[in-house]
Write a protein that binds this ligand. Structure first.
Ligand SMILES: NC(=O)c1ccc[n+]([C@@H]2O[C@H](COP(=O)([O-])OP(=O)(O)OC[C@H]3O[C@@H](n4cnc5c(N)ncnc54)[C@H](O)[C@@H]3O)[C@@H](O)[C@H]2O)c1
Length: 326
């Protein structure tokens, strides 16, 4: 597993160790956007081997490959999960970096999985690929919908989405050619209690509220709505797909919730859960090529697997607020 100490990776480590009792995880991360803290509790577990490796470092990836080859005989199946990526809004504009890590190294990692004859490859893609057409009047965009993307004429931000879209083609090609089974997952707005210092909207609001009773939001927030997906649920979808062989046909799966909320209501809800009065909201700055809504139709994963989200926004936010050290 790449990106093993990230938000998704670390929760997946927890869920795999808990539910797949005969499994062993070989995980790595270069701590670009995470730290050892998220996986500290698992480091003593003999079923989890972790190393500080960069997915872009071919020599380190050879070590991972050798370890998989050495160990695979003892297991029924080998699953590659690629969570390593340059993620988060502030990095979306870094074209070269996202290309190298998110596309080139996704492909190298997939080629490694094919070389070692792994059974499954899970590719983490993103709902960002829906770009400017992230919702419709029928209750959400589908995997098969045509895309309407911002381009370099509008914003460098779309380079992240374009890179992720490219990985979906590599995934489909490998499965169509019978080299491996797998799929791509388009997650939407994942959050967790581990995100406190990141720049995503939920930790941003919590941090602002902790410092003062006012929250700075982008001008976009006057209109924007989002549906948030708790990382317990995003990782449950990975587990559901891994265990649904027929679903591993190389195609794409939307993973999201239907609980849409305006960013202003989200701010007030978090303040209420923190026991604070309704905060002042200051609007400052504008992000171009940011869709007003993002609603994903999740019928495909719900019909092909037994997945459905179990963490409501209320519960998820309570978990975030409960983890704050004041
Ligand atoms: N967070 C979201 O809302 C969201 C939404 C859609 C898709 N995704 C996708 O889900 C996957 C997991 O993202 P996440 O939310 O856990 O983000 P994250 O940033 O918490 O995790 C990504 C991990 O990859 C690691 N990483 C980055 N560059 C690396 C490199 N060169 N070598 C090794 N490790 C490296 C980071 O240190 C981090 O731990 C990513 O592919 C991301 O694109 C996330």
């Amino acid at each position: 597993m790449s990106g093993a100490s990230g938000m998704t990776g670390s929760e997946l480590v927890r869920q795999i160790l808990e539910s797949e009792k005969d499994s062993r995880i070989i995980g790595f991360d270069n701590f670009f956007a995470s730290s050892i803290d998220t996986i500290r509790d698992f480091l003593d577990n003999s079923r989890f081997a972790f190393n500080e490796y960069d997915i872009n470092d071919a020599s380190k990836m050879r070590i991972v490959e050798e370890e998989v080859v050495r160990e695979k005989g003892a297991f029924d199946r080998v699953v590659y999960i690629n969570c390593a990526a340059v993620v988060h809004t502030e990095h979306f504009y870094e074209v070269e970096h996202t290309w190298e890590t998110n596309v080139i190294s996704m492909k190298s990692f997939l080629e490694q999985a094919i070389r070692v004859k792994a059974d499954i490859y899970i590719n983490c893609s993103t709902s960002e690929v829906y770009s400017m057409q992230s919702w419709n009047e029928n209750g959400g965009v589908r995997e098969s919908d045509y895309l309407m993307m911002s381009t370099a004429e509008h914003s460098q931000r779309t380079s992240y989405a374009c890179g992720k879209l490219m990985t979906e083609f590599f995934m489909k090609d490998a499965v169509d050619k019978g080299k491996i089974k797998g799929c791509s997952i388009r997650f939407a707005n994942v959050y967790s209690k581990h995100e406190r210092f990141a720049k995503h909207i939920i930790p941003h609001i919590i941090n602002e509220l902790l410092e003062k009773n006012s929250v700075k939001l982008l001008e976009n927030s006057k209109k924007n709505r989002r549906a948030f997906l708790h990382n317990i649920d995003s990782c449950r979808s990975v587990m559901a797909l891994i265990n649904s062989e027929k679903a591993l046909d190389g195609t794409v799966y939307n993973v999201a919730t239907d609980e849409e909320i305006t960013i202003i209501d989200l701010t007030n809800k978090i303040a209420e859960k923190m026991g604070l009065p309704k905060p002042d909201i200051i609007f400052e700055g504008y992000r171009s090529s940011d869709p007003e809504r993002r609603i994903l139709n999740t019928e495909k994963i719900r019909t092909r697997t037994d997945w459905f989200p179990i963490i409501t926004l209320d519960k998820g936010l309570e978990m975030c607020v409960a983890s704050i050290e004041r």
